[in-house]
Design a protein around this ligand. Structure first.
Ligand SMILES: [Zn+2]
Length: 73
């Protein structure tokens, strides 16, 4: 499911979120990237989720949006 152990661990620690955007119920999404990878940051109200396109650890795991952009080529 995860591209590397480091990301799996970060998700376990709660620093990262992996999953569908509509399932986020304890914070707001800070940008509008089409992705299922998010950095989870504490903010004044709950959490802020920053969408990312690539895994910050291994550089793989392109997001949903990138896969779709690739398919259209
Ligand atoms: Zn990775």
């Amino acid at each position: 499911m995860f591209c590397c152990d480091l990301l799996a661990e970060a998700v376990q620690r709660g620093a990262f979120y992996y999953g569908a955007a509509h399932r986020i119920d304890d914070g707001r999404i800070a940008n509008d990237l089409q992705t299922e990878y998010y950095i989870r940051a504490a903010s004044s109200r709950g959490y802020e989720y920053l969408g990312i396109n690539y895994c910050p650890f291994c550089g793989r795991a392109p997001s949903l949006g990138l896969w779709q952009a690739e398919k259209k080529k």
